[in-house]
Design a protein around this ligand. Sequence first.
Ligand SMILES: [Zn+2]
Length: 730
Amino acid sequence: MRRTLLPFLAALALMVALPTPLFAEESPAEPWYNRLLVGMEVGPTGAQFGSDPSDVKYAEKFSGTDIVAAQLATGSQYIVIWGKDGEYAYYDSKVAPKCPGLGDRDVIRETVEAAKPHNLPVIVYCVVQAGGYPLRQHPEFKMRDVEGKPIERVCLNSGFMGHLKDLVDEMLAYGIQGFHIDMLDQGFGPPYGCWCDNCRARFEKDYGKPMPTSVSWDEAWDRMLEFRYNSCERFEREILAHIKERQPDCSVDFNYHGNPPFSFEIGQRPVQHAHIGDFVTGECGAWGFGALSPSFEALFVRGTDPAAPFQVVMQRGVRMYHDQTTRPLEDMRWEMFSLLMHGAQVTIVDKTPFDGSLDRVAYERYGALFREALAKQEHFGRQHRPLADVGLFFSHRTRDWYARETPRKYFDPVYGAHETVVLGHLPAEFVFDERLTLERLRRHRVVYAPGAAILEPETVALLEDYVRGGGRLLVTGDTGTHDRMGAPQAESALANLIGAKLVRRLDTDDNHVSFPADGGDLDALAAGIPRDWPFLARGAAGIYEPTTARPFGTLYRPFRSVLQQQGKEGLWLPQSPVEAVGPAVLVNDFGKGRVVCIAAAPDTAIGGEFGMPEDRMLIENALRLLDPDPPVRVDAPRFVESAVTAGPEPDTLRVHLVAHVTPPQNTHKDRPLAIPAFIEDKPIYRVSVKVAGGVKEIEAITPTTTVTPAPEGFTAQVEDIHEVFVIRTK
Ligand SMILES: [Zn+2]
């Protein structure tokens, strides 16, 4: 069953002939962010670390006319144009210094005038946190640390809001279609703020108490975190209301920082700050967060509100936005299709050369990317309902109060969990402790809480209802073992669900687990793992005594050398196991559902430095034990990521695949901290897909793919970075 993709070629031809975007099945009344798939953000490079006004070569050629022409030539469906950063406005502003290199030109005017005949939506990028002229002209806008010393960031409770309103009023006058407002963070680490007079007064009004006098991790600091979160939300809502009052159809989105690797210091919660405005924009970057970051970002942001539109941005640079390098096309295809298949609208950020001109080769590649995305557009977008069998449970309270100032303490198990579901082809999405409902949990066939140390009573009650009604739950490591302020508690909050009492948490993290040669009816938990062989699961672990659960396998504590006991040898390098201390896994039937508790933290191991495939296999086995008959099962190499969507046509599923195959590479100077190598080749691999109930018809959209029918599904050989199978079910 092989299919030549005529619509693909037809669409390519259309893109060449008609630069105006075409959206056959969409109503033109729909706002741009609900109907468009791919677009660009274009901004200059050279003022991000300040700029001398005599530097008139900077952004000299940054031209809205040229940028719009490049959008039309590439097939970009909308343009986010740089309007204002920390140093300059890029239009004729009366309230902010204008970029001197522009001379008489006005980039927003040029952009709007060039875009209008083509109905290309123009969104203006406007920055909040960038230091620069606002803080030089108005030191009173600065955040203050606990001792009152200025921090070089804008206080969100300061008079900066008045300046921002003046700026957006100026930009709204051009007849734009939206604002992208960036950098609402309150810093990326200490010193924390803000203790300015405005914040102190507002805090006392809200809480009837003075601000805490230190980063005290107590009830007072809890109020301070709440205050910081609410300050950010208030700020966003105020500028949102201001814009909507003036132009109701102007879209507003804020750049999102509620996601890992960002933690409490930013001042955003995963859910609270995700959907203020018309949609949310997240960022990914293999350079900064690893090759799993596109998928992580999409699944995290989507989980904050599965019904809402979301955008994720990517960029061409090898290392970061402004570095003027350009990744190979296959590498960018992998990233863009990873995002699209998980339901994101994708914006490519282009940072121009110093003079503001456009990089020819980069735009050739953008053109190839957009033409392919639009030729395949019937397979993407919000009308496709993602299957998310696994709900990856994320606890912001654990992020804040368990991990505190070492966020990786919580992010390691979260990253490890995500890697496991991606490599195991288990369709997933994040689900959060904020605003959690039973209905939200029931979206998932299994809920997996990796290392969620803090589970508050209302969360536990919802999880109990979920499992009682037939839900399946996997917990690992420290999940449920800490109180809401982050202190270890004697009993697990999940004792009923796990069916075991917590005897004690181990004070070691180089713990091991092993499984017997014959595991009886729980043998599948150890599938593929060598038996009677303790392997490292580096992370938190607890000794549990079963009440109603069935124990499986053995947990071991590690040796401690005499020097380690004397404190003369560090604990970084893991030791070998010395003694069995409890069960490795507990399986408990609860109501109509089932709970698996892994007493160790194999997910933390995967997210950390010493993970092994056996760690991942144990988690994958547990998820498959809990959900042995998923609606769709994909088996493919681990370098392939998959996504499954249903609809919009009746009885139709789509299985998307993206392959990430990179050649070996050298490490850079700070070994072994390597950035990923680039994808330059189209790989060849085999995949097997099984669909519960069987399939009627299968189409692969890439001509080089060969499909062979098989019982309950099909196998295929794929020779590309991205493939999608359209499956008509029985
Ligand atoms: Zn302040």
